[in-house]
Ligand binder design. Structure first.
Ligand code: FES
Length: 142
């Protein structure tokens, strides 16, 4: 005979309601590294890498190092900024720099190479900043 559902059913329904929220969290965080295509390397350096002569980046300019997935901007004579060029949208390596604007080949996100900020969606998170210094006239980042 019909009656009120047993308490266990209410518990099951409540648990089911939580699953989509948890799923969204996983989706937002699981994108790193899967989207790389066309490059031999699809991650930013995890250890320091030598990027060459510091004079290769003029004051006020930015340079993209596609093999290392790093962009370096020279803010002043002795101040540099470095960012990972792994797109924060779905992890594609960014391969295009126009002035200070980085353009992702996968879905068109754009970032400012001097501060890592998003200039154009779909990415919403800034690029990861990397430590950078000049040692013996060479730029070392990562
Ligand atoms: S992975 Fe860069 S815009 Fe989508």
């Amino acid at each position: 005979m019909p009656g009120t559902p047993p308490p266990a059913r209410r518990t099951v329904l409540r648990a089911a309601a939580l699953v989509p929220a948890a799923g969204l969290g996983i989706t937002a965080c699981s994108s790193g590294g899967g989207g790389g295509d066309g490059g031999s390397n699809s991650s930013a350096p995890t250890t320091a890498v030598d990027l060459g002569e510091s004079d290769e980046v003029k004051v006020g300019a930015s340079k993209l190092y596609t093999d290392e997935n790093v962009v370096v901007s020279r803010i002043s004579d002795d101040e540099y900024k470095a960012f990972s060029t792994i797109c924060t949208h779905e992890g594609c390596p960014i391969n295009k720099l126009q002035g200070h604007k980085l353009i992702c080949p996968c879905h068109g996100s754009q970032f400012d190479a001097t501060n890592g900020k998003v200039l154009h969606a779909p990415a919403i998170s800034p690029l990861e900043e990397l430590p950078v210094k000049v040692e013996d006239g060479k730029i070392v980042a990562g």
